[in-house]
Design a protein around this ligand. Sequence first.
Ligand code: ADP
Ligand code: MG
Length: 240
Amino acid sequence: MEELLRRSEKLTTVGQLAAGVAHEIRNPLTTLRGFLQMQQRTKAVNQMHTDIMLSELDRINLIVSEFLILAKPQAVQYEVKDIRFTLGDVISLLDSEAHLHNIEFEAHFSPAPVLVHCEENQLKQVFINILKNAMEAMPNGGKITLFVEEGDEREAVIRVIDAGEGIAKERLEKLGEPFYTNKEKGTGLGLMVTQRIIEGHKGSLSIESELGVGTSVTIVLPGVTQVSGPETAADRKSLA
Ligand code: ADP
Ligand code: MG
């Protein structure tokens, strides 16, 4: 169970990314145009064609919305959060979908708070991406184990372990490159967005995997040494 991946050196520029998005969108657009042209000429578009057109439109929509998470200048507001609850919220969100696929989440969370300074919505996006990948890697169901712990330097350590198909060594190196996917309905943008968000939080992401055994994703985020803000005793005093 080896092969560690760290990938800040593989960042693509926004320009390359935009070109990639344009390329990925052009394919479904070409399909859509083809069917519309066919309809105009022969009025022969049938149910199967419209089904394809709808799924191509969905694909464009998915690519654009994943891309927007990166491109949109968000009003980013950092707050101190207990990451156990952030991840807990995401687990609840995905629980019914997991159930449908015979997947069970097993959480091993630190009994004490694990605080991070974060943009919580972005971190939720990260956990959704990682848990969805884990679920998609287990088409026959199984267990996903989650750990949240505090490291020696008070850093938050979050680990998600699945018993899915795993990732071959040569593919592991490519993860996080935009549009790198092995899924029919994948965009290959999830891990890249995830990586960007973690870097924005000055954290790190690593992936270990073994083909046929499973995958383990570890995120480390800097810890909070002191809770700042008006809720601390010192601040209350100075406010008084
Ligand atoms: P997508 O999920 O749209 O394919 P991602 O960027 O989320 O895009 O993931 C890229 C690729 O990484 C996936 O297509 C898959 O091949 C691989 N991958 C990511 N997480 C896992 C996992 N837990 N198990 C197996 N393969 C994974
Ligand atoms: Mg994904």
